[in-house]
Design a protein around this ligand. Structure first.
Ligand SMILES: Nc1nc2c(ncn2[C@@H]2O[C@H](COP(=O)(O)OP(=O)(O)O)[C@@H](O)[C@H]2O)c(=O)[nH]1
Ligand SMILES: [Mg+2]
Length: 310
């Protein structure tokens, strides 16, 4: 499988991604053996409110990158449908321009649960596409809830897409989106108020103090491809900036660190939980009857785990 993967077999890549997405041991094994090849791809996150035009922008950006001969992976993390738990097909269809191109690999993910968060496995899937030889991996998320912070962690460069109507609310906008953007797009600039939204946004970004990277604010009309060339230029600038300041490296290390911490936590927790799970109802009962306090119950459990180990 690995041999065919390295030959560029897309079906095999899709299978590897499924294994990784479903957190199968085989998936982890394959990812481990490919790990030496991870690290080259530029990870570009794109977030913003639903309907702002993120997928349309991705489509346009990817078309442009393809013209330069780059190979691209796309991960679309859509809000899951409350009825089926599966991802909407809309994005895949709208990305029709790139969907038939062999140099592009698109993967739609169902976000699990209602949090709208980026699935934990999205970073692993990025790693797979990176090892598959993609020059850039674009991750699209609906900008709701937790996603903002997760995308920043997963991406080297984060693009925040807003629409002209955001102008009135930019000042009141969740600090979240303001903090995370490396590049801002006011998309649907064919509509009223785009210039004003852009200048309000620029002003608010000015107030943020003197970071060495000033997030540019661009106007785009994604449906017409307007502003996309500049967007791609700014993405390249940002990548260059990261490289020159050692930030690609530090971001990568931060991802490795949290990957390790998360995995260790999970393993230790699972093991510990198995050991005290059966005593839990009796502890609950004793706390309920106020024989012991919740804190005492915790202490008993933790001490019990320690005693068993030694
Ligand atoms: N008028 C206008 N419509 C746009 C523009 N960009 C995207 N759209 C439309 O907005 C709708 C939502 O776009 P989509 O890319 O799916 O948004 P997403 O939910 O952020 O991914 C679609 O009907 C697009 O055709 C634009 O620049 N101007
Ligand atoms: Mg979309």
């Amino acid at each position: 499988m690995i041999e065919n993967f390295l030959k560029g077999d897309r079906l095999v890549a899709a299978r590897v991604i499924s294994m990784v997405e479903n957190d199968l041991p085989e998936g982890r094994e394959i990812l481990d053996s490919l790990y030496g090849r991870v690290g080259g791809a530029h990870r570009i996150g794109i977030t913003g409110p639903p309907g702002a035009g993120k997928s349309t922008i991705v489509d346009q950006v990817v078309l442009r990158l393809r013209k330069d001969g780059l190979h691209i992976g796309i991960i679309a993390a859509d809000p899951s449908s409350p009825f089926t738990g599966g991802a909407f097909l809309g994005d895949r269809i709208r990305m029709a321009d790139v969907a038939t191109d062999d140099g592009v690999f698109i993967r739609s993910l169902a976000t699990r649960g209602n949090s709208g968060g980026l699935p934990r496995t999205a970073e692993d899937i990025c790693d797979v596409l990176d090892a598959f030889g993609k020059d850039a991996v674009v991750i699209e998320t609906a900008g709701v809830g937790q996603t903002e912070f997760e995308i920043v962690h997963a991406a080297d460069t984060t693009i925040v897409v807003l629409v002209p109507e955001s102008g009135d609310s930019i000042q009141a906008m969740k600090a979240g989106l303001m903090e995370i953007g490396d590049i801002f797009c006011i998309n649907k600039a064919d509509r009223e108020g785009a210039d004003r939204a852009a200048s309000v946004l620029r002003e608010s970004l000015e107030l943020k103090g003197e970071a060495s990277w000033k997030p540019p604010v661009l106007l785009t009309i994604a449906t017409e491809g307007a502003g996309i060339a500049e967007l791609v230029d700014r993405v390249r600038d940002h990548r260059k900036y990261l490289a020159e300041h050692g930030l690609l490296e530090s971001k990568r290390k931060a991802r490795i660190e949290s990957k390790i911490v998360t995995a260790v936590r999970e393993r230790i927790w699972n093991r510990a939980y198995q050991r005290f799970e059966q005593d839990l109802p009796s502890k609950v009962e004793r706390v309920y009857l106020t024989r012991i306090t919740p804190t005492e119950a915790v202490e008993e459990i933790v001490e019990g785990l320690g005693a068993e180990r030694s």
